[in-house]
Design a protein around this ligand. Structure first.
Ligand code: NCD
Length: 306
């Protein structure tokens, strides 16, 4: 594997391999000194053109735990503000020497474009409405950790599918691992076409709740809603929000997931987000190990994990 751009490129074997290596790194991250020398001497650049809390910190801490050097690029304080193009920016960083670049951008396809310009490995950390493969991998890992397997599991992905790169990557990943995925959203929050999405679609969340193994709640991406897609947020919450009343209709042991950042009181009630059944902080914790696995598989040729 040279780049990680999309779940669609990985195939079941690729996903399985990353999840297997992740398991070793979960063990490493639990140590007193959670650091291994595997990527000593490698330089990893994080190039984030869009805001991020968890994904960026998670990649940077993954790189550091593998003993790589990390260069952090911040758009707000860079020459992008002077009008420097993406291509010139990438070539400038490449000239300083880098082995991998982790890219987040508001436009779909940018990580692929960057991969055409550089020799380094490119990791997609979220491109527009398109994909967010490491999120899907950490989510699959978290479900497997809690439920043993995704095979035959019923998973609902609820909310703003239209603007969500997480939804697309997760549908591909969960389906590849054998889960039955249903999207639950008002028609205005679905993409114009669901061709190539291996899943069912419904508007009836209440009917589905008692049958679910996992409910995956998406963030309402208000910054991407350029036109009115909903009568009101309150209306959305009343039909699709994971309220305490709805959560009570989930089977015992069902997992509540969210990629973060949460809009508490909109797509998920605060008391549900903080309840014992949620695995939202576990998703974040597993994110570091998954990203260690990805960076290791891209750059670690021959190095041992320990
Ligand atoms: C997501 C993102 O930015 O794609 N967050 C994340 O990476 N955990 C989801 C979101 O912003 O809704």
């Amino acid at each position: 594997m040279k780049h990680l751009l999309s779940m669609a490129d990985l195939g079941v074997d690729g996903i399985e391999e990353i999840l297997r290596v992740t398991e070793s790194f979960v063990e490493v991250t639990a140590r007193d000194i959670p650091r291994v020398p595997a990527l000593r001497g490698k330089t990893i650049v994080s190039l984030f053109y869009e805001e991020s809390t968890r994904t960026r910190l998670s990649f940077e801490s993954a790189a550091k735990r593998l003993s790589a050097d990390v260069m952090t690029f911040s758009v707000a304080t860079s020459s992008v503000q002077k009008g420097e193009s993406l291509k010139d920016t990438v070539e400038t960083i490449q000239a300083m020497g880098m082995d991998a670049v982790v890219v987040r951008h508001a436009s779909a396809g940018v990580p692929w474009q960057v991969s055409q310009w550089v020799d380094a490995s490119v990791v997609n950390a979220g491109d527009g409405w398109h994909e967010h493969p490491t999120q899907a991998l950490l989510d699959a890992y978290t479900i497997r950790e809690r439920l043993g397997s995704l095979e035959g599991r019923r998973i609902a992905i609820v909310g703003d599918v239209k603007h969500s790169r997480v939804a697309r990557s997760n549908v591909l990943g969960f389906h590849a691992l054998g889960a039955e995925v249903t999207l639950v959203a008002p028609p205005t929050l679905l993409p114009p076409s669901l061709e190539g999405w291996p899943c069912e679609v419904t508007t009836d969340l209440d009917a589905l709740l008692p049958k679910l193994d996992v409910i995956y709640v998406l963030r309402m991406q208000r910054e991407r809603m350029t036109e009115a897609v909903l009568p009101s947020m309150r209306e959305y919450t009343s039909r699709y929000g994971l309220t305490a009343r709805r959560a009570a209709n989930l089977p015992d042991g069902a997992l509540v997931m969210h990629p973060g950042p949460m809009n508490r009181g909109v797509e998920i009630a605060a008391e549900v987000a903080d309840a014992p059944g949620t695995v939202i902080t576990r998703q974040v914790a597993n994110g570091v190990a998954v990203r260690m696995a990805v960076l290791f598989l891209l750059l670690g040729s021959g190095a041992s994990i320990a």
